[in-house]
Write a protein that binds this ligand. Structure first.
Ligand SMILES: CC(C)(COP(=O)(O)OP(=O)(O)OC[C@H]1O[C@@H](n2cnc3c(N)ncnc32)[C@H](O)[C@@H]1OP(=O)(O)O)[C@@H](O)C(=O)NCCC(=O)NCCS
Length: 399
């Protein structure tokens, strides 16, 4: 039996916890989290191997198509991402018209949903017809368009919030370099692209997390791909999920230095508050993504003059781990503990962190909904009713 997934025959017997803990949505070949050993694989490849040898475009292809591309497949996919990354003019105007202090995740969700109104191919999807293979092709094409555009919208939102003119993608640059270029207006150097690629790879897919489940639920009603992705962005926004990188950095910045970190952790525990960036539903070992990001965080923070902040974060980690160990809890830093620090050192405003996560995760959302489409059955769990019954209606004036 695989250590990632056991054979599942539906219906099957499972033990459920709150928050659908233990529930199984479907059988997948896309990726798996091994929470006991602290491993993450995409299509059979260890995440560390992909970070060392690949880039985000190639990993997106791998997730969506199921295999590493040949040179010509990669060239065609890159060309498609370039072509599809152009933003429709009305959406650019819409982004410019949003309040500058709006949360970028709300803006991104609005931009993706609004872009669906301009893409007839997107909402006239033929999956209702008798040709499922053609429907799958169209869904994939529209999904790749959304992936490219989400990246462009993310950059445009950042730029609009800085009060700068929006930029369309530079046709000479790849997906990741364009993400950075469209935000700053400058062609990024190779090192910056490499770090960004690693961050995007690490967040591209992660089992049946809340936003991925959201995408599956929405798409299972045969809703269009724009509605699906916009809903997933909404699900990712909260501090228990993709918003944790932003919340964690805000906490770290408020501590006031490494010498205050131990007292901060003590107070946090005394107040019964969580340490954002710690804990995970599945990992009961170190999150392998945090292991990679910690190295980048330290290197970048020391290079860019944020050594004190890094030391603060490491002290919080050490103090928290001590307490977790004493309490017998297997709770460790997750991806969001160090990702925010990397983005901060790269110069991103804190509010943008969850948006970077959303850009990365779009590939995972797309891969998962496409995989489920041929065997689609609408998601429909139950709630247990524990309320009153047989109440008599009392007219308003008599209440
Ligand atoms: C990720 C998370 C939402 C998983 O939630 P979950 O599987 O429902 O786990 P729970 O919140 O029920 O936590 C289980 C136990 O671990 C503790 N715990 C979990 N995360 C903790 C954290 N970050 N700090 C302190 N204690 C934590 C809980 O207090 C609880 O303890 P108890 O059993 O004594 O009551 C949760 O760990 C969390 O809120 N972490 C902080 C937010 C975060 O970093 N999110 C990004 C995830 S990638």
């Amino acid at each position: 039996m695989s250590k990632y997934v056991g054979p599942v025959e539906f219906p099957c017997e499972i033990t459920l916890g709150r928050g659908l803990e233990g529930a199984i949505t479907n059988v997948t070949k896309i990726g798996a989290v091994n929470g006991v050993e602290g491993k993450l694989i995409y299509r059979g490849y260890d995440i560390k191997t992909l970070c060392d040898h690949s880039n985000y475009e190639e990993v997106a292809y791998l997730l969506i198509y199921g295999n590493l591309p040949t040179q010509s497949e990669m060239s065609a996919f890159s060309a498609e991402l370039k072509r599809e990354g152009e933003m429709p003019a009305p959406i650019m105007r819409m982004i410019e018209g949003l309040p500058r202090d709006a949360h970028p995740m709300n803006a991104l969700q609005a931009a993706v949903a609004a872009a669906g109104c301009f893409d007839k191919e997107g909402w006239e999807v033929t999956k209702h017809t008798s040709d499922p293979a053609a429907a799958l092709e169209i869904e994939r094409k529209v999904g790749i368009r959304i992936l490219a555009r989400t990246r462009s919208f993310a950059s445009a939102i950042a730029r609009a919030q800085m009060g700068k003119d929006l930029l369309q993608p530079n046709p000479d640059l790849g997906f990741t370099a364009n993400y950075l270029y469209m935000m700053s207006g400058e062609v990024p150097d190779e090192t910056m692209c490499e770090v960004m690629d690693v961050c995007l790879i690490l967040q591209a897919d992660h089992g049946m997390n809340a936003s991925t489940f959201t995408s599956m639920v929405v798409h299972s009603s045969l809703a269009d791909m724009y509605s699906t992705m916009a809903a997933a962005i909404g699900s990712l926004r909260g501090p228990l999920h993709g918003g944790a990188n932003e919340a964690a950095l805000n906490d770290f910045m408020s501590i006031g230095g490494p010498d205050k970190a131990a007292a901060w952790v003590e107070q946090r525990f005394a107040q019964g508050k969580k340490i954002i960036g710690f804990g995970h539903r599945v990992y009961k070992a170190l999150d392998p993504r945090a292991v990679v990001l910690k190295q980048y965080a330290e290197k970048l923070c020391r290079e860019k003059g944020f050594g004190d902040l890094y030391d603060t974060v490491e002290t919080v980690e050490r103090e928290t781990l001590k307490r977790m160990e004493a309490a017998g809890k297997k709770i460790y830093p997750n991806v969001d503990y160090y990702s925010g620090l990397v983005y901060h050192a790269l110069g991103f405003p804190t509010q943008l962190f969850p948006v970077i996560f959303a850009v990365a995760r779009t590939a995972g959302w797309l891969a998962r909904v496409l995989e489920y489409l041929p065997e689609n059955r609408i998601f429909r769990p139950r709630a247990v009713y524990d309320g009153a019954s047989d109440l008599k209606y009392v007219p308003m004036g008599e209440r």
